[in-house]
Every structure is written in C-alpha cells, then in structure tokens.
Design a protein around this ligand. Structure first.
Ligand SMILES: Cc1cc2nc3c(=O)[nH]c(=O)nc-3n(C[C@H](O)[C@H](O)[C@H](O)COP(=O)(O)OP(=O)(O)OC[C@H]3O[C@@H](n4cnc5c(N)ncnc54)[C@H](O)[C@@H]3O)c2cc1C
Length: 394
C-alpha cells in the first residue's frame, strides 16, 4: 500500500476540508439542537460535485476513486457527523449498489440524478424484527402482472423522508430480493421520525410500503439474490462508517488538544499535566491507527480486492476509537465538556451509533472471525460455511 495521495485525492481532500469547515461546521450545533436536516447543505454538496464523487463520469459522477470518497466522508463527518451519515447512505448504500448490481438500463435511468445530487438515495433493509438478522425480514414482494407488489415496514431509514430513491429489500417467491423504488410511488408513507441520541442532522424515518407496485425492470439483480446485494453493499458501506468514525474522533481530539493548551490549573496549562498529555497522545495514536485501517480497506476496494474483512476491521476499530476518543475529550474539558457550549458532548453522542449501524461491532467480529476460520480451513473447502453462517448484514 502506498501511503501517499495522488494529486486528485489531495485536491479533493483540501476542498472537502474547506467545505466542511466553511459550510458545515458553523451550523452543526444548531442542526443538532433543532433536529433539522440541512437540505440547502446537500445542494451545496452537490454543487461541489461531492454527491456522486466516486461515481463514474458517464453516470453523472465526478469519477474519483473510493479512497477519495472516504477522505470526503472523513472531512464532512469531522464537521457534522449527521451530514456524514446522510452522505454515506446516499452514496455507498443508495447509489453504488445500482452501479454494482444494476443493468445498464437501470444505471442510466437511476444513477445520474443521484450522482448529481438532484435526488437523494436511501437503503431500506432493517425492520422492527430484523436488524442484524437480515434474513428474517418480513416485507413481501408478491408477484403481480408486470412486476411485484411490495408490502412491509422498514425501520430507521436514514434519509427516508428526504430521499427520492429507495433501495428496498423484500421477500419474493425465490427469496429476499432488492428493488429500486421512487419514494413518490403510490403506497409509500412515513411513520415516526426517529428522535435520536446523535447524528441528529440526518433524518431517520420509518417507511411503510402498502401494496407498492414495482415493475419487473426495477428489480435489482436476480430474484432471491437480495442478501447478496445487501452484503456486498455493506462491505463498502462499512468503510464509509469507519471514515465517519475517524472524522468524529479527529474533531474531538483537535478540540480537546487546543482546549488543553489554553486551560490552566495549578499554574500551568492542563496539557502539561502528564495525565492529560498522555490522554492526548493515546487519542491521536488511536485516530491515526483507525485512519490507516480505513484507508487500507478503501485502497483494497479500489483495486478490486476482497475487502469484506478489511472493511469490518476498519469499522470495528474506528468506531471503538471514536467512542474512546470522544469520551476522553469530554474528560479533558472537565465540566465544560459536559456542557452544550462545547462540541465535544455532541461528538460523544455522535460516536455512539458508529458501533451500531451498518452492522454492530458484534457483527463485525462475526465477519472477521469467519474470515479467520475460512483462512484456517483453506485449502480444504469449507463444508457449507462455518457454523451459524446465516448471513448477518444489518
Ligand atoms: C441512527 C440509525 C440509522 C440507521 N439507518 C439505517 C438505514 O438507513 N437502513 C437500514 O436498513 N437500517 C438502518 N439502521 C438500522 C441498523 O442497521 C440496525 O439498528 C443494526 O443493524 C442493528 O440491528 P438491531 O438494531 O435490530 O439490533 P439487533 O439485531 O436486535 O441486535 C441487538 C444486540 O444483539 C447483538 N447481536 C445480534 N445478533 C448477534 C449475533 N449473532 N451474535 C452476537 N451478537 C448479536 C447486536 O450486536 C446488538 O448488540 C439504522 C440504525 C440507526 C440507529
């Protein structure tokens, strides 16, 4: 792995940092307080060419690589982790799977408006009784003339209410199947808007499907191949959540370090008390290690290498680091860290979900340990997978 960025990646990183600091950071606290999705910020993101950064130009994107997209997500999440969630779901869960699993006709019809940011994408897998155990979904896709009729209840869908296009999973006769559905299709409605602990500027909604007609040509992949689509999508999506976690951790570290240099107790800056200085050292080391695991996974994806375990390792580690670093950042600020006057309490709340969505930390450990067991079993072919190999994807 080459640790240097090429000119394009450097340019994108610089522009992403300016966008994050200039456009997103100033309003992040207000959005968090007001529980508001910033539609105008998404328009500004699109104007920068960031809504489809890693989508090929022929499909309306900017044609950059996945690593460049990870750099963007890191910077965006450093300023506003909720907006990072919006962007991550829009891109890696709402747009890229159509490129990866769609027909040429589907790519040309669905992707360009998403890549240009004229439309927002969402990904609807989770249901009230099916999160980690995605194979347990109950939404149904009944065959109908010329297509399917979808009925079900999807829970906690990021971007749900603001999206125009939904990748949705339902059980067809041959098994779980993926569909691309416009949000204005008849029969789609929204339930409660989830009130969350963190990533508040991202909207999270219940989506109900009541007998929604989906034509055959909007089925994504083969009937019964939906879990493959979901798994493959989350392989990449997890690298994005790792980048989000790195961004949150970096924000908390920077703020705490600056504060520690300015705040004095017992006649000297608290950064000069070894207990605080060592915290800062551990925080920075954790963030950098998480960053490198994340970049490595993105680098592997860009080269077409298997990145399932690398992405899971990056997410597992980076999300833990984000929680530890934000916890310590609050501690470095003392009582001030607990107050809403400083951003570290928001970072602390935002970090929590990175250990939960796109697969909990326990599920990442399952993915990683299965990879280890498979490696140990080679070259003898594993007899139908390891025990308990029901796909876990949520
Ligand atoms: C803010 C937010 C946004 C979200 N956005 C989306 C979205 O856009 N689209 C979408 O489809 N979903 C979304 N989700 C859902 C998310 O992916 C699920 O919450 C997550 O996958 C976990 O599922 P669950 O909540 O049902 O927990 P459960 O699956 O019920 O798990 C509960 C606990 O049991 C553990 N557990 C479960 N199975 C195992 C096992 N086999 N071994 C060990 N431990 C296990 C879990 O790790 C967890 O600790 C979102 C969730 C949140 C909180």
């Amino acid at each position: 792995m080459d640790f240097g960025f090429d000119d394009r990646q450097e340019e994108i990183r610089g522009r992403a940092a300016r966008f994050a600091d200039g456009r997103l950071a100033p309003q992040a606290a207000a959005l968090d307080r007001e529980d508001r999705f910033p539609a105008e910020a998404f328009e500004a993101l699109a104007a920068e060419g960031f809504a489809g950064l890693c989508v090929p130009e022929i499909y309306g994107g900017a044609g950059a690589d996945f690593l460049a997209y990870v750099l963007l997500l890191e910077e965006v999440s450093r300023a506003d982790a909720g907006f990072g969630a919006t962007l991550a779901v829009h891109t890696s869960a709402g747009t890229l799977p159509i490129l990866d699993y769609g027909t040429e006709d589907q790519r040309r019809r669905w992707v360009p408006p998403l890549a240009r940011g004229e439309k927002i994408g969402c990904f609807a897998l989770t249901e009230p009784a099916a999160g980690s155990d995605a194979a347990a979904i109950e939404a149904v896709a009944e065959p109908a003339e010329g297509g399917y009729r979808l009925t079900g209840h999807k829970q906690w869908i990021t971007n749900g209410r603001v999206a125009s296009t939904m990748l949705v999973f339902a059980r067809a006769p041959a098994g779980v199947t993926a569909f691309v559905v416009p949000m204005d299709a008849e029969g789609i409605s929204f339930g409660v808007h989830a009130r969350k602990m963190g990533v508040i500027s991202a909207t999270t909604d219940d989506v109900r499907l009541d007998n929604v007609f989906v034509p055959e040509e909007d089925r994504l992949g083969e009937e019964g191949h939906g879990l493959r689509v979901a798994l493959g999508t989350l392989d990449g999506g997890r690298i994005g959540i790792a980048a989000q976690a790195v961004g949150i951790a970096e924000a908390a570290f920077r703020y705490a370090a600056r504060y520690a240099a300015e705040r004095s107790t017992f006649g000297k800056p608290i950064a000069e008390h070894q207990a605080v200085a060592f915290k800062l050292a551990d925080m920075q080391t954790g963030v950098q290690a998480a960053r490198l695991l994340t970049y490595e996974a993105a680098w592997m994806k860009d080269r077409g290498m298997r990145h399932t375990e690398a992405g899971a390792r990056a997410k597992l580690f980076a999300s833990r680091v984000a929680n530890e670093v934000t916890y310590e950042a609050v501690q470095v600020l003392g009582g001030h860290g607990y107050m809403k006057d400083h951003p570290v309490e928001r970072h602390y709340r935002d970090a929590r979900v990175t250990e939960i969505y796109e697969g909990t930390s326990e599920i990442q450990r399952l993915v990683i340990s299965r990879g280890i067991l498979q490696e140990l079993a080679e070259p003898v072919e594993a007899p139908g997978g390891v025990e308990g190999s029901r796909p876990v994807v949520g």
